[in-house]
Design a protein around this ligand. Structure first.
Ligand SMILES: CC(C)(COP(=O)(O)OP(=O)(O)OC[C@H]1O[C@@H](n2cnc3c(N)ncnc32)[C@H](O)[C@@H]1OP(=O)(O)O)[C@@H](O)C(=O)NCCC(=O)NCCS
Length: 146
């Protein structure tokens, strides 16, 4: 099961404000879309956005650059999933990128009657396996005690 999603869009004139940078609302919409893709993959069904943690726009994304949106599952509750989403400004010609935004989204799995439903156990297991792997990688990289 994939617990990440990645969306890239070119920032065209219709998506920018009068200063020539991407509208914040467009960035938020793409972030919500990416979080929705991750949660739907993990829940194996429809989800809604319950909460978006405060969002700071740290750097503008200029017309002609690309916006890259990267979302990853970081937590699983009973019916909810916590997803970290970052946006990056990418200058395609120079091959450089800088982080623009980051936020955490809480997405809730829904049943066919529009009520929260439990997230399948698989999502929780994958997250636990990823955490164990990260801890093991950290131990392997640690310098031996003297
Ligand atoms: C989100 C929603 C389903 C929660 O319904 P609810 O009856 O309050 O359900 P619950 O209290 O059982 O909460 C369900 C889960 O969501 C979490 N949750 C609900 N509101 C939350 C909030 N504001 N912040 C963080 N988590 C929240 C709960 O902690 C719970 O998680 P858990 O099961 O993993 O412990 C409901 O409020 C809703 O439908 N909101 C509108 C969603 C929407 O339209 N989004 C925008 C378009 S997709």
């Amino acid at each position: 099961m994939q617990t990440t999603a990645h969306i890239t869009r070119l920032v065209l004139p219709g998506l920018t404000n009068r200063h020539g940078s991407l509208f914040g609302g467009v960035a938020l919409s793409l972030m919500d879309e990416a979080a929705g893709i991750v949660s739907t993959r993990v829940a194996r069904g429809p989800c809604v956005t319950a909460h978006i943690e405060s969002v700071d726009f740290d750097a503008p994304i200029w017309e002609g650059e690309a916006i890259s949106v990267e979302a990853a599952l970081i937590g699983v509750g009973r019916t909810s999933m916590r997803i970290r989403v970052e946006t990056w400004a990418e200058c395609l010609e120079e091959g450089t990128r800088r982080r623009s935004t980051a936020a955490e989204f809480v997405m809730v799995a829904m049943d066919k009657d529009g009520k929260p439903r439990p997230v399948p156990e698989e999502g929780r297991k994958i997250l636990a396996a990823q955490a164990a792997q990260a801890a093991s990688d950290q131990t392997d990289g640690a310098s031996p005690a003297e």
